[in-house]
Design a protein around this ligand. Structure first.
Ligand SMILES: Cc1cc2nc3c(=O)[nH]c(=O)nc-3n(C[C@H](O)[C@H](O)[C@H](O)COP(=O)(O)OP(=O)(O)OC[C@H]3O[C@@H](n4cnc5c(N)ncnc54)[C@H](O)[C@@H]3O)c2cc1C
Length: 413
C-alpha cells in the first residue's frame, strides 16, 4: 500500500500549473534554446558579453521572448495577487518545479523574477497599474529594483539618494549600484530618502521611467555570476509624477523589505529545484564514472556525498515549506505592509537555511564530478559560483541571523 501525504501548498491548481509549464518547456522553450545554440552567443546562463560587459543582446532577446510567450500562456505571474494569486506554500512547489525542470536553460525566464512584477509594485496607484504593472505582467517591458548604493548595502537607512517635492511631482537625485537588470530595465523601482531622520519612515518608493530626462545607465559591475546583468543607475534631477509613488510617502522601507523578502522566500523552491537537479546529475555521474574498474557509486566516500546532498535538500525544502505555510496563515501574509512582527524571523530562516544548504550541495556536486565539475561553464561550476553569490544579495546570511535573533529575543516581551 502506498501512503501519500500531501504537503502544504500542493493544491490542484499547482498540479495544473506544473503540467502546463512542462508542456510550455517542450513546445515553446526547447525550440528557442535550439535557435540560441546555433548563434554562438553562449548559453542562457553563461552568455557571451558585449563590449561594455553586458549580456549579449541575442541571449537577452531570447529571454524576453520566453517572458512574452509565458505571459501569453498565463504562466508568468502566478506569484502576484493580480496574476495567479498563489500563496507562498503553493509558490514553493511551482518554483521547485521550474528550477528542477529548467536546469540552467531558458525556461527559468518563464517565471516572473527581478525583471517582472513583484509583491511591492502591487501597491502602486491605478494610473501606475495601467502604465507599468500591466505591461510588466504581459512581458512587454522589464523592471529593476534599485535600493543598494556603492557605499550602502546592508545599512539601507543610510542611503544617499534623495527625493524632494516640486509641486505634486518629486525630483530624484542619486546613484544606485549593484542593480540586477540595470542595463535593460524600462522601469525602475527606486527607494529614496523623503524625510531624513524619520527612521523606517524616512524612505519612499518611486517608479522611474527609464526614458525620463536625467536618468542614465552607468557601468556594468562584473560579478562572479558573469552574466552581464548587474550595473549602476544615475538619477540626476529626474522628475517623477505623484502617481508613480508606490504606496504612501514613507512606505519605502516596508516596500523595499516586501521586495527583498519575496526574493528571500523564493530561495525555498529555487534551492530545492536546483538541488534535486544537481543530485540527479551527481547520481548519474557516480553510476557512469569508474575507478579501479567499478562505478564510483559503489564507493562509500561517494555514497556519503550523495547522502549529504539529499539530506541538505530534503531538510531545507521541508523547513522552507513549513515557514511559508506559517507566513501564509499570518494576518497580511508574507508581504503585508505593515508586516506581522513574527514574519521576519521566518523569512530569514528560509534564506539562511537555503543559502547555506545549497552552497554545500553545489560544493559536493562539483566534488562528485571531479575535474569535470570544475570545467568552466559546466552546470556544476556555474551553480557553485551562483551558490556562493546567494549568501550576499537580498540580505547577507549574517543579517538573516540578526533578524532570527531579534525574533527570538522579542518573545514574551
Ligand atoms: C549579483 C548581485 C545582484 C544584486 N542585485 C541587486 C538589485 O537588483 N537591487 C539592489 O538594490 N541591490 C542588489 N544587490 C546588492 C545586494 O543586495 C548587497 O550587495 C547586499 O545587500 C550586501 O550589501 P553590501 O554588498 O553593501 O555588503 P556590506 O553591507 O558592506 O556587508 C559587508 C559584510 O559586513 C556584514 N555586515 C554589515 N552590516 C552588518 C550588521 N549590521 N550586522 C552583521 N553583519 C553586518 C555583512 O553581513 C557582510 O558580511 C546585488 C548584489 C549582487 C552581488
Amino acid at each position: 500500500m502506498t501512503v501519500t501525504i500531501s504537503p502544504a501548498g500542493a493544491t490542484d491548481r499547482v498540479a495544473a500549473y506544473t503540467e502546463r509549464f512542462a508542456a510550455f518547456l517542450t513546445d515553446e522553450v526547447e525550440p528557442l534554446e535550439a535557435d540560441l545554440d546555433r548563434q554562438d552567443v553562449g548559453s542562457p546562463w553563461n552568455p557571451r558579453l558585449d563590449e561594455a560587459g553586458r549580456m549579449h543582446p541575442a541571449v537577452w532577446e531570447a529571454r524576453r521572448e520566453v517572458q512574452r510567450r509565458s505571459a501569453a500562456a498565463g504562466l508568468y505571474n502566478p506569484h502576484v495577487p493580480s496574476g495567479g494569486g498563489f500563496c507562498r506554500a503553493e509558490m514553493q512547489h511551482v518554483e521547485e518545479f521550474v528550477y528542477r525542470h529548467s536546469g540552467l536553460g531558458l525556461g527559468l525566464a518563464a517565471l516572473g523574477w527581478t525583471e517582472g512584477a513583484n509583491p511591492a509594485i502591487e501597491h502602486c496607484s491605478d494610473a501606475a497599474r495601467s502604465r507599468w504593472l500591466e505591461p510588466l505582467m504581459a512581458g512587454e517591458i522589464t523592471a529593476a529594483f534599485a535600493n543598494t548604493e556603492i557605499s550602502v548595502g546592508t545599512d539601507v537607512l543610510a542611503m544617499q539618494t534623495r527625493a524632494r517635492r516640486d509641486g505634486s511631482d518629486w525630483i530624484l537625485d542619486g546613484t544606485k549600484a549593484w542593480i540586477t537588470n540595470a542595463h535593460f530595465a524600462d522601469v525602475v523601482q527606486v527607494t529614496a530618502v523623503t524625510e531624513p531622520g524619520a527612521g523606517t519612515r524616512s524612505l519612499s518608493m518611486f517608479l522611474v521611467d527609464a526614458g525620463a530626462p536625467g536618468f542614465s545607465r552607468g557601468r556594468d559591475i562584473p560579478t562572479m555570476l558573469d552574466d552581464g546583468l548587474t550595473g549602476e543607475l544615475h538619477f540626476d534631477g529626474v522628475r517623477v509624477p505623484a502617481e508613480d509613488v508606490v504606496g504612501e510617502v514613507g512606505d519605502g522601507f516596508a516596500l523595499a523589505m516586501a521586495w527583498i523578502n519575496w526574493r528571500r522566500l523564493c530561495r525555498g523552491g529555487m534551492c530545492a529545484g536546483w538541488g534535486e537537479w544537481l543530485l540527479a546529475r551527481a547520481i548519474d555521474r557516480a553510476r557512469e564514472r569508474t575507478s579501479g574498474g567499478r562505478p564510483i557509486a559503489e564507493l562509500q566516500a561517494v555514497q556519503h556525498m550523495l547522502a549529504d546532498m539529499d539530506a541538505d535538500v530534503y531538510a531545507a525544502r521541508a523547513a522552507s515549506l513549513q515557514a511559508q505555510a506559517e507566513l501564509d496563515a499570518m494576518p497580511g501574509g508574507a508581504f503585508g505592509v505593515p508586516l506581522h512582527a513574527d514574519a521576519p524571523r521566518l523569512m530569514s530562516l528560509v534564506k539562511v537555511l537555503n543559502d547555506e544548504a545549497f552552497f554545500r550541495v553545489a560544493d559536493r556536486a562539483v566534488q562528485v564530478h571531479g575535474g569535470t565539475g570544475l570545467r568552466l561553464g559546466s552546470p556544476e561550476e556555474k551553480l557553485f559560483r551562483l551558490a556562493r553569490n546567494l549568501k550576499i544579495p537580498a540580505g547577507t546570511v549574517e543579517i538573516q541571523r540578526n533578524a532570527i535573533a531579534r525574533g527570538l529575543l522579542r518573545r514574551g516581551q
